[in-house]
Design a protein around this ligand. Structure first.
Ligand code: NDP
Length: 322
């Protein structure tokens, strides 16, 4: 089968389209024939070596398709079932072996490609807004990179929970998309300093929570935008990692809370995975949550997908189709 492999850390050209043996499911595993794999920023971090993975490896953390075979002892899912999964390495491929208890069944009314697009970014938006800081009606929150893959979904989930959503984006086109996703106010942080803008838009009160996936260029300034006892949720670093940090700053800026969450710890048990995915897929089915599948590229063009994502050229989901 074909797969995208990384043999050494590097730029997009480090992605190699290769032939590898089709894997066989062992006990408690299933073989998924992948219809689409999601492209996510974590794939970039793993390709460049920012996140360490033993080399060589097949990239990709998210996919959907149909069950092609099941290993010994597996009763659910069954061959032919449509399933999706996230946080298992090896999705940029025609087939992948996945633990049976890590796949979720796709409901009728949600396409397999929607399933591939929803699992990583959708479940992330879900846990950030419902669990890390459970937004409630009237809370003012800031979503950085509001027109990105996670950003567009997070704006929508925040609105479902009744929050007031401020978003940052780099271009006017992205601003329009963030607004369409529910952002009440959008700041072009490439043209305006977002700190005084946030203060103006909140009448000096500041924010209950910031969802920051941009990191290096936004983190420090964000701390000055929070209300006393506000929550800084740093969940990514698309502009680069945040440097060393003195916890005393949290006291000086208003007894703030800082957390650095990651999806894997919010889907630890099967019950939590199924509940979170069930709610997200249910919202998609009912139309309450709109996925923006912006681009579908052939698997062989994974390097181009990475160039677009890293180059801030994407707004929403990019899928690779084997
Ligand atoms: P996005 O679609 O959001 O793409 C990244 C966006 O970041 C860009 O479009 C851009 O938006 C913004 N950005 C700001 N500065 C830069 C820069 N210097 N270089 C590149 N992009 C920049 O990607 P994803 O939705 O896949 O992921 C968003 C973030 O969320 C990533 O940091 C990712 O690691 C993180 N994440 C974390 C998870 C977790 O559980 N912790 C799970 C999922 C994602 P603009 O042009 O508007 O500035």
């Amino acid at each position: 089968m074909k797969a995208i492999r990384v043999h050494a850390p590097g730029g997009p050209d480090a992605l190699r389209y290769e032939d590898v043996p089709r894997p066989t499911p062992g006990p408690s595993q299933v073989l998924v024939k992948i219809e689409a794999a999601g492209v996510n920023f974590i794939d970039v971090y793993q390709r460049t070596g920012l996140y360490k993975v033993p080399m060589p490896f097949t990239l990709g953390q998210e996919a959907a398709g149909s069950v092609a075979a099941v290993g010994p002892g597996v009763t659910e899912p069954k061959v032919g079932d449509r399933v999706a999964y996230t946080s298992i390495l090896g999705a940029y491929a025609e087939y992948a072996v996945v633990p049976a208890d890590r796949v979720v069944a796709l409901p009728d009314g949600v396409s397999t490609k929607q399933g591939a697009a929803a699992m990583l970014q959708g479940l992330t938006a879900h846990y950030l807004a419902t669990t890390t800081y459970p937004l409630k009606s009237g809370d003012a929150c800031l979503v950085h990179a509001a027109a990105g893959g996670v950003g567009l979904l997070l704006c929508q989930v925040a609105k479902l929970r009744g929050a007031r959503v401020l978003g940052t984006v780099s271009t006017r086109e992205k601003a329009a998309l963030a607004r369409a996703a529910g952002a009440d106010e959008v700041i072009l942080y490439t043209e305006q300093d977002f700190e005084p803008e946030v203060k103006r838009l909140t009448n000096g009160a500041g924010l209950r929570v910031i969802y920051d996936s941009v990191g290096k260029t936004t983190f420090e300034k964000g701390l000055s935008c929070l209300a006393p006892r506000g929550v800084m949720v740093l969940f990514g670093q698309s502009s680069g990692p945040v440097g060393p940090f003195d916890p005393q700053v949290l006291s000086q800026k208003g007894s703030l809370f800082l957390t650095r969450p990651t999806l894997a710890h919010y889907i630890v048990t099967r019950a939590e995975l199924v509940a979170r995915a069930g709610e997200v897929l249910g919202w998609i089915k009912s139309g309450r949550l709109k996925l923006r599948i912006e681009r579908e590229l052939p698997l062989a063009q994974a390097a181009e997908a990475h160039r677009l994502l890293e180059g801030r050229k994407t707004t929403g989901k990019v899928l690779l189709v084997p």
